[in-house]
Design a protein around this ligand. Sequence first.
Ligand SMILES: [Zn+2]
Length: 280
Amino acid sequence: MTKIVFIAGLEHSGTTILDVLVGGGTGAVALGEVSSFINSETRGSFLSRFGHFEDAHLCSCGKRHDECLVWSDVVRYISENPTSDLVMRYRKVVESVERNFGTDLMLSDSSKSIGALGTVLEVAQGRPGTEVRILLAVKDVRSFVSSMTQVRKLNVRGQFSCFRWWRGGNAQFLSFLETSGIPYHVVLYEALCLRTRLTIKGIREFLGVKGEDCVDGPQLRHARERAHICAGNADMVFRNRDEIRYDCRWFNQMSINMLYGLSREPRRMNQQFLAEHLQI
Ligand SMILES: [Zn+2]
């Protein structure tokens, strides 16, 4: 049975590390943000996020997409069928993975968004024997705002909006997942970093896989050999991923800690995530 593990969540919430973790074991393949890649309208902007150097636009296996084991058939199909919809294209991705790795496997897709999840669910509905499991990646709101501040150069006003954006985004994910009734499992980034083994054990149990089918932190470097992450060269995708480290710079960022005190609803939601997934 083919199992698609869809990694949902806001950006900078640990989705890439989860993709590498889940897709790196034996019987699993990490594919990266499949939906952004197979969508002709978003592919250009998606790839440009990885820089404009040619080697950033390779599959993580080091090959060009038209030469890669997994992606070559998919890019050929898209160029020959430019009007094909996302569901048809996604089906080609699954078929290509099955052809190369067999049908008893788990593929991980870190496309993140609810829209992309809709495509995956439609694909699974039309393919008996395809199962979907969802991991929702969440990061402590203070750490999230700190990451976004670095990436987007946010001022205090921007940071304040970011707190609310985090809450709105996660509330949307939770409400979609609750109403759709699909099994999902929340992975708090802090728990993954600070209680790595326990958190990975929980992920394995949820996915119904044996130990080796979902690699452990120290084995991350082996995951590199198995992945076909659609964008970002291997060095970029796996940079700093040989072990899981937590960036605790936000501890000393006064504006973030002050705004946390002022943002009641985001704080409540954050406390709930911490209580449920880190027991603090
Ligand atoms: Zn590849």
